[in-house]
Design a protein around this ligand. Sequence first.
Ligand SMILES: [Zn+2]
Length: 313
Amino acid sequence: MGEVNIHPIVSPWGRFGLYTFFIDAEQPAIVDTGIASSPAEGMAPALAELGRRLEDVRWILLTHGHIDHIGGAHALWEATGRRAQVVIHEADAPLLRSRQAHVDDYLAGRGQYLNDPDGAAKVTAAADAVISGEMEPTLLVRGGETLSLGGGTEISVHSIPGHTPGSVAYVVEGQNSVFVGDAVQVHGAANGFPGYTDPDAYRDSLAYLRETIRPEKLYLGHPYRRADGTPYGVELDRDQAAEALRDSVDIEGGVRDAVHRCLCHGLLDTDSAYAPFTPVADELGYTGDPTLEPSPFFTTLHGYRTQFSHKYR
Ligand SMILES: [Zn+2]
């Protein structure tokens, strides 16, 4: 059989471009769903141009639980007459089941550093506005599964934690087209800093993608940036994928070194917007706004801090 066609679809959301991918299989699939408005405003017209229909989608494949990836899931599921399978890793399923889980994530991580008394209320408002509905996934995965989309199209599921605990890669077997959502951060997207909650897992997952999966095509959830600020596209060929994975590993290593020096010297609470990690921003030359949601600077550094204290306490 020939290769299955894959079409990127973009839905705008403020300063972000949210990417969804349509897999034109016998049982059509959508990878990631943008926000509440994305199915009607982004996907339906894009599919119409391809001669396809939203209601015929049979698989909703979620790479992870962040609001800009699962926000449109309930609306899309409704548009299919609730006939599509909704797939997510069990570790990120709480983020599909509950808007409050997004607020809890905020409070447990980056919220501790943002000194914003309205922070939780803002996340609550965002979750209310952009998540189309709370729902129970129809298929929970852990990695290791194979999904059959008919006509010989098979998709394997791989656990690649780090960006979130339940991040997965979906791989179209035979053509090695790989969807990773936000699991390959390079320099990060809009905020210019890579975001991950579990640094060790992030590093291991990058190595797994690089050495074991070796993508022929790599599909990213956002246009991530190179060191010089130029964005990668969201559809990378084999060489670009290898470059993005290598860059991501290198950048993680640089952040890791800077954070460990900072943690060894002890954290200082100062007036800096980057406090208590000001030396890390200085050493890395990071001048972005660390408070800009989703605040990958504090998400990521909190992850290192947590792992560091477990290793050396
Ligand atoms: Zn994400």
